[in-house]
Each structure stands twice: as C-alpha cells, then as structure tokens.
Write a protein that binds this ligand. Structure first.
Ligand code: DX5
Ligand code: ZN
Length: 221
C-alpha cells in the first residue's frame, strides 16, 4: 500500500494558514490533515468548514482529510463535504448512528474513516469495516497537538492490520498523534500507511528536511 504523509495543520501558524499549507505541500506533504475540535467532545476548539473552504478557494489541491473530534457529527459531515473535504473521519462514540454517518460521508463522495481513541476497542469496527475506506488510530488522546505517542498503540495497529488482512478488504490505516522521525518506521512496520504529524513537522526548522527524513524512514529498503 502506498504511504502518505499527512501534516496536521493544528500546529501550523494560523495567521498564515494558506502559506503554511503551501509550504508543507512544497515540502512533500501528500494529504492535509484538518483537526476539528468542538470544546464538547474534546476540551479544545479549532476550525470549521469555512476555513476548509477558504483553503480550497485559495488553491489547495491536495486531499483535505477532516478529522472530526465533535459530537454530533452529521451536520458537520455535510458542511465539510460541501466545503471541499476529500476524506472525513469521526469517532463512533460521538454519533448516535454510526452506519448512518458513514453512509452520509460516502453519499457525499468522500472517503469515510472511523477514528478510534487510545482506549476504544477495535470491535467498534464490527459491522462497519466493509463500508469504510480507512481507520484512524489515535496514538494520543484527542484534543491537543504535541503529546507523546502512546506505546501500546503499536500492538493495536498490528491487530487492526490483521483484521483487515483477514477480511480481504482494502481499508487503509491512518495513525495520528506523537509521530516523528524517530518512531515512524515502527508505526509503518506495524501496518499503517497514512501518517499524521503536526508538531514534528510544523515545529521543525525545515519542513522539507523533516518530511524527507520521514519518507526515508518508511521507504522499503
Ligand atoms: C490530536 C489531533 C492530531 C494532532 C497531532 O487530537 O487529532 O492530529 O494534531 O499532533 P502531533 O503530531 O503534534 O501529535
Ligand atoms: Zn487528527
């Protein structure tokens, strides 16, 4: 499966968001990870559909990967797909009807993902795996950038990969939280192929250098 680096703009300079996104794309970003927090499902507040639309109107062509850390989710699914999102994930505990929310994403023409918190079991994927395009495994508790990677996430990624392989389905694994040059290889070896990194990229002096090093770590020898 192809690997993708997805910088999380949560750690970008919001006063210069368009330029920041241009810069990470020039530096080699494959996907733009867009963290939506509502001060309800998580104790932080970020950006909404208008910001997504502004980036699309500004000319951002890479896929925008909207990670909803909100409750409820359905109205925002509609708004973000209308605003130009390509991928939308949500946390199953945050919606009353998981299947309906997945259907809504698919009907809007976006890739659908289920996001699992560190303590959320993989069994939440039962009955929905065949309908989704990717699983977002959180390797930190959602709410903030710059947290430490939770080590037992690796085991969970491996088990998730086994479930997908056994199913014969084509579902991608995205991992989000605490990823950097030093641990990305292990995360890939565990079975992930989409790597979200916020602080490791945006807090570095040279985005291109950081993304290049990440790609080197995950490229097959
Ligand atoms: C956390 C967000 C992440 C976060 C990752 O709730 O979902 O996408 O921005 O940031 P880092 O890479 O700094 O852990
Ligand atoms: Zn995220």
């Amino acid at each position: 499966m192809k690997n993708f680096i997805a910088p999380s703009i949560l750690s970008a300079n919001f006063a210069e968001l368009g330029k920041e996104v241009d810069n990470v794309i020039l530096a080699g970003a494959d996907i733009i990870h867009f963290d939506v927090m509502d001060n309800h499902y998580v104790p932080n507040l970020t950006i909404g559909p208008q910001v997504c639309k502004s980036l699309v109107d500004y000319g951002v062509k890479k896929p925008i990967d909207v990670h909803l850390m909100t409750s409820p989710v359905d109205e925002l699914i509609t708004q973000f797909s209308d605003a130009g999102a390509s991928m939308i994930s949500f946390h199953p505990e945050a919606t009353q009807h998981v299947d309906r929310s997945v259907e809504l994403i698919k009907n809007k023409g976006c890739k659908a993902g289920i996001a699992l918190n560190p303590a959320s079991p993989l069994s939440l994927l039962d009955h929905v795996l065949e309908k989704i395009d990717f699983i977002l495994i959180m390797s930190v508790n959602p709410g903030y950038g710059g947290q430490k990677f939770i080590a037992n996430s690796l085991e969970k990624i491996k088990r998730c990969k086994e479930i997908i392989s056994n199913s014969g389905l084509d579902v991608e694994i995205e991992v989000d939280g605490g990823i950097g040059i030093n641990n990305i290889k292990k995360i890939k070896e565990s079975g992930a192929n989409i790597f979200v990194a916020g602080s490791a990229i945006f807090n570095s002096d040279n985005y291109e250098d950081t993304i290049k090093k990440m790609k080197q770590e995950i490229s097959a020898e």
